[in-house]
Write a protein of this length. Structure first.
Length: 319
């Protein structure tokens, strides 16, 4: 029997329930994967709460690493015994699962399971944000919120690797060292900090070229004040809650800003975009900072701690 963690209704972490199901044999275009580690992402919270609606009941989770157990009759390029990772396919909170074979990406033997499980969703998000949404390069000044998290710290490292100057924000003094270790040139501390004023001071009033906001809530409106004319704000998360409505005049013409609302799940739905980004991420070996590890059966505790902001790095569930 396969153990899964599912929801039958939306709500708090208490809605996550452990169950047993009988898994079918893989059909055409599918493989069966015995999972070894599962990535925990904030999109899992959005799915659980109904912020991103799903057809219910649903098994949560969008990325993991495992070993191929069987393949469908027409599957080529992957075989039983191969260790692969994937992202963008709902249903990862399980000891084993069926997966579209095209999503399976081989991972180097030297990469531990915990790292491989959290590599793709975050890595592809960074790839999308820093190549498709705004081309970060030498001379770019970037503002990155929540820079001590698994995704935030990876955004910092990737931007520095591309030659950017990075201004980071973190929620507490305890997280400063994490942002610094990732390469941040400047760190603004505190959930209630006036980061717009700090950015103006750090950039001599010019503002940053691009700002990455995965926090949402009231943060986005403040972030707009940090960006230079004709700069870009990428809003890709709502950790702090829904974003209040924005007026068109908040963007321009006076400010002349570009606002992007990209979805990495939508990006990964494109097979060519997904595979191109996945192979680039694996070749670049930009692994997120490690976070806490939880048994799959304790997924509710993992969700509580993720939502409370007490975790750092990229958390993992172990089947």
């Amino acid at each position: 029997m396969t153990h899964i963690v599912r929801i039958t209704r939306t709500g708090g972490p208490e809605q996550l329930e452990l169950a047993e199901v009988l898994l079918a044999a893989p059909g055409p275009g599918e493989l069966r994967l015995r999972q070894r580690a599962i990535g925990l992402n904030f999109v899992d919270v959005y799915h659980r709460t109904g912020r991103h609606p799903l057809a219910l009941p649903a098994v949560l989770g969008v990325e993991a690493v495992g070993v191929v157990d069987a393949v469908g009759p027409d599957v080529t390029g992957v075989a039983p015994g191969d260790r692969v990772a994937y992202a963008g396919a709902l249903g990862a909170y399980a000891t084993e699962r069926l997966l579209p074979a095209w999503r399976a990406v081989p991972v180097p033997a030297a990469l531990p399971d915990a790292a491989a499980a959290v590599l793709l969703a975050r890595g592809i998000t960074v790839h999308m944000l820093q190549t498709r949404v705004f081309a970060v390069g030498a001379g770019t000044t970037a503002l990155i919120h929540a820079a001590a998290g698994g995704l935030g710290s990876l955004l910092v490292r990737a931007a520095k690797q591309r030659g950017a100057t990075v201004i980071a924000t973190v929620g507490s003094p305890a997280k400063v060292a994490i942002a610094r270790a990732a390469g941040a040139d400047h760190v603004i501390v505190g959930r209630d900090a006036d980061f717009a004023a700090a950015v103006r001071e750090l950039t001599d009033g010019a503002g940053v070229d691009v700002a990455y906001d995965g926090v949402g809530g009231a943060t986005l409106a403040k972030t707009l004040a940090c960006v230079r004319p004709f700069g870009t704000v990428a809003s890709f998360g709502e950790v702090a809650g829904p974003i209040p409505p924005l007026a068109v005049d908040d963007l321009g013409p006076q400010r002349s800003l570009m606002l992007a609302r990209p979805s990495v799940i939508r990006f990964m739905a494109d097979r060519d975009a997904y595979l191109g980004a996945a192979h680039a991420v694996i070749a670049g070996a930009q692994v997120p900072d490690p976070g806490p590890t939880y048994p799959l059966a304790e997924a509710a505790r993992a969700h509580r701690e993720l939502e409370a902001g007490t975790t750092t790095g990229a958390a993992v569930l172990i089947p």
